[in-house]
Design a protein around this ligand. Structure first.
Ligand SMILES: [Zn+2]
Length: 238
């Protein structure tokens, strides 16, 4: 279940399914790039400024491991963290933020899954890459899917529908039809991909909020006509 907590940078959400992993999903006012929140999160997560890293997201399905001392992650939309020196944040406005935690190996990842990344299977690919390196059992993998545009607001065209259909074995319940339009549940699509990869359904937590309906709480690319501002998902290993 998603719950709120107060940090020195303001109110954030977290998932109680991964209590061992220091993490959060920020809101508008608590976003990393607002005010001096970057420095406040360095303090909160106890990392040096140069080790609070983020990739240059390009809606790709490229996945990288975080490397101590490395700050440059071009064209990267998922980062796997295996050390306790760094913290990682990614940026979102409607796209789906996903935090993956491998409890057995104590490694984690943040994934940026918009429709392009979702269609390309960036979440299952990240899980696969994590397990390749950790040799953990998939029963120990937990997935927290953060605030993203919901099926209430996310009307999509044929290109997206075809892509989503080819990215899952079972597309049941991923769409709804209203007023001649098709609406996609991007969060549920990512959850379905995780389940089809073997993640137990009880290990998946989905944030109920739609970023477009709850634009007072989160940034929405659609609602705000292409805003540059972003909320975040942040992870750090203990
Ligand atoms: Zn909505």
């Amino acid at each position: 279940m998603f719950k709120t907590k107060v940090t020195n940078a303001g109110c954030v959400y977290y998932s109680d399914i991964i209590p061992e992993l220091p993490h959060c999903f920020t809101m508008r006012e608590s976003a990393v790039e607002i005010n001096d929140n970057f420095y406040k999160y360095c303090e909160y997560f106890k990392v040096k400024e140069k080790e609070f890293i983020h990739p240059t997201q390009t809606h790709s399905s490229n996945i990288r491991f975080a490397e101590i001392g490395e700050q440059n992650y071009p064209e990267t939309d998922a980062i796997i963290l295996t050390n306790t020196e760094q913290a990682v944040y990614l940026r979102f406005a409607d796209c789906t933020p996903v935090i993956v935690y491998d409890r057995q190996a104590n490694i984690a990842a943040v994934v940026h899954a918009g429709w392009r990344g979702t269609v390309a299977g960036i979440l299952p690919k990240t899980i696969e890459k994590m397990l390749e390196s950790s040799k953990s059992d998939i029963e120990n993998v937990f997935v927290a899917i953060g605030p993203a545009i919901g099926a209430c607001c996310y009307s999509v065209g044929d290109e997206v529908i075809q892509g989503v259909d080819s990215s899952v074995r079972n597309n049941e319940g991923l769409y709804c039809e209203r007023g001649g339009k098709t609406f996609l549940d991007l969060k549920k699509t990512n959850a379905r991909q995780a389940v089809e990869s073997g993640v137990p359904i009880e290990n998946i937590d989905i944030c109920p909020f739609c970023t477009c309906c709850n634009n007072d709480l989160f940034y929405s690319y659609r609602k705000e006509n292409g805003t540059d501002l972003r909320h975040n998902a942040i992870i750090k290993l203990r």
